[in-house]
Write a protein that binds this ligand. Structure first.
Ligand code: ZN
Length: 105
């Protein structure tokens, strides 16, 4: 099976990975992926990026090194109602959202 994209990646910016966004894009290019999403964790996990980090996604081009870049977030589900730890206004600026359950959150 050939993978076409990877939408669940993290970067050094959150402290939850060991590679930069550029290194992730290079890896996606080298694997022949058509697209890659960057989805650092939302604020409720210690060390995660704040809202400004995600608001600044607009400076990242939509295609880099021949790879389509999607700008997302891995939000934390905070309660049984499914409340996320990302403000609605920020969610609207992103290409996609991963909703996860993480124990630290
Ligand atoms: Zn993750």
């Amino acid at each position: 099976m050939k993978l076409l994209f990877d939408l669940h990646t993290h970067t050094l910016a959150s402290g939850h990975a060991y590679s930069s966004l550029k290194e992730n894009i290079e890896a996606a290019r080298d694997k022949g992926l058509l697209a890659m999403g960057t989805s650092d964790h939302a604020k409720s996990i210690p060390g995660a990026c704040g809202p400004l980090f995600f608001k600044n996604y607009k400076i990242i081009r939509n295609e880099i090194m021949g790879v389509r870049i999607y700008k997302g977030i891995e939000a934390n589900i905070m309660d049984r109602k499914g409340t996320l730890d990302v403000p609605e206004g920020l969610l609207k600026t992103l290409d996609y959202v991963i909703a996860s359950l993480h124990l630290p959150a």
